[in-house]
Write a protein that binds this ligand. Structure first.
Ligand code: NAD
Length: 352
């Protein structure tokens, strides 16, 4: 057995359909009295529901969360927290809203209670990102890790089916790369495999009926496990490619993960056959890469970068950026093979 280091990130998780009703109790356990509720403009109504549940313990609502946490939004939210004398922040929404909470915590140390409504998994990681002048800076800081996370599958029934599938594939990418991470450990690998299996099981149910609470519960459970893996071990080629495509070509986050994942797995397969076997077993298929492609396609998700509007002419530049400052990866990064990978992802070829 390989030697390993296992370092648990401490967070309290409250899981279950209807779990939002425990919010006031959870705020009390944090010792907080004045919560600032965060959301995107589109989820303002949900933020109002949260504020109503909190009653006197709600200090106010800031509904200015935006994708990739622009520094201006972070400054506004921090000012609002100070003005209202908030002693905690409740972030309800996807990775963008949780990311805004993290930006507040980074500066003020305010405790964050996160209520995720997508499967992105940011709530389980000490990783933050803030965008300034078009550049996203990311870092790691224990202060930004939410202290409490309430997972209520009822809150994700309104997530459009298309976004549900791509957001869940985004979660699967954390687990898939976690299985071959340089700093992996047996606990994270167990979580990764369970997370992949739970999501693969859940997706057809969500596609059939968006309000299927059992399928939503399985998907959110899987997202928790996959997010935990992301928060504990390092990511590799797949995440580098997605950060390149999102950061330099402005392609949407979850869709990018969905399309690139099978191709990143095909690239790494020869170097990490055991991890591939575990992914394949978890999703009930013979081959990890082809199985992930089929899972996306069969559940109606995009499988080609060209369908996101990426011009073929950008592929060379994308390959150049992806091979510069590469993350650690189990297979050496070769420019020509990465260029071929991107071509396949652009065209939506099923990896074999
Ligand atoms: P998002 O938070 O941007 O949400 C997408 C849209 O869906 C938003 O308009 C949101 O209001 C809406 N939405 C969310 N939940 C909904 C629901 N249940 N019903 C209806 N609408 C809903 O998207 P995301 O994919 O969750 O997060 C992406 C962002 O999170 C990216 O910026 C990414 O970099 C970041 N992220 C960070 C980490 C980390 O560890 N730091 C991890 C994963 C993602």
């Amino acid at each position: 057995m390989d030697a390993f280091v296992y370092n648990a990130n401490a967070a309290r998780v409250v899981f279950g359909a209807g779990a939002l009703r425990h919010l006031e109790r959870e705020i009390g356990l944090l010792g907080a009295q004045r919560a600032l509720v965060l959301s995107t403009p589109g989820q303002r109504k949900l933020a109002e529901r949260v504020a109503a549940l909190l009653g006197a313990k709600a200090a106010g609502i800031f509904d200015g969360a935006v994708m990739h946490v622009p520094i201006e939004a972070a400054r506004q939210a921090r000012d609002e927290a100070r003005r209202l004398d908030a002693d905690c922040a409740v972030a309800i929404g996807g990775g963008s809203t949780v990311g805004l909470g993290k930006a507040i915590a980074l500066e003020s140390g305010l405790p964050i209670l996160a209520i995720p409504t997508t499967y992105a998994g940011s709530e389980m990681t000490p990783i933050y990102g803030i965008t300034e002048g078009g550049l996203k800076k990311t870092g790691k800081d224990a202060r930004v890790l939410p202290r409490t996370v309430i997972y209520d599958p009822e809150l994700s029934t309104g997530l459009p089916v298309g976004l549900s599938v791509t957001s869940a594939m985004n979660a699967m990418a954390h687990a898939a790369e976690g299985l071959y991470a340089q700093d992996s450990n047996p606990i994270m690998s167990l979580m990764a495999e369970q997370g992949l299996a739970a999501i693969a099981r859940a997706l057809p149910g969500i596609v059939r009926q968006a309000g299927d609470i059992e399928a939503r519960s399985q998907a959110l459970y899987g997202a928790w496990l996959c997010g935990t893996v992301l928060g504990n071990v390092g990511m590799a080629l797949h995440h580098k490619l997605c950060h390149t495509l999102g950061g330099s070509f402005n392609l949407p986050h979850a869709e990018c993960h969905t399309i690139v994942l099978p191709h990143a797995m095909a690239y790494n397969a020869p170097a990490v056959p055991d991890a591939m076997a575990r992914i394949a077993r978890a999703i009930g298929t013979q081959d990890a890469a082809a199985g992930l492609h089929d899972l996306a396609r069969d559940n109606g998700a995009p499988v080609a970068l060209r369908d996101l509007g990426m011009p073929e002419a950008d592929l060379d530049r994308a390959a150049d950026i992806a091979v510069s400052n590469p993350y650690w990866n189990p297979r050496p990064i070769e420019r020509s093979a990465i260029r071929a990978l991107l071509q396949n992802a652009w065209a939506g070829v099923r990896p074999v």
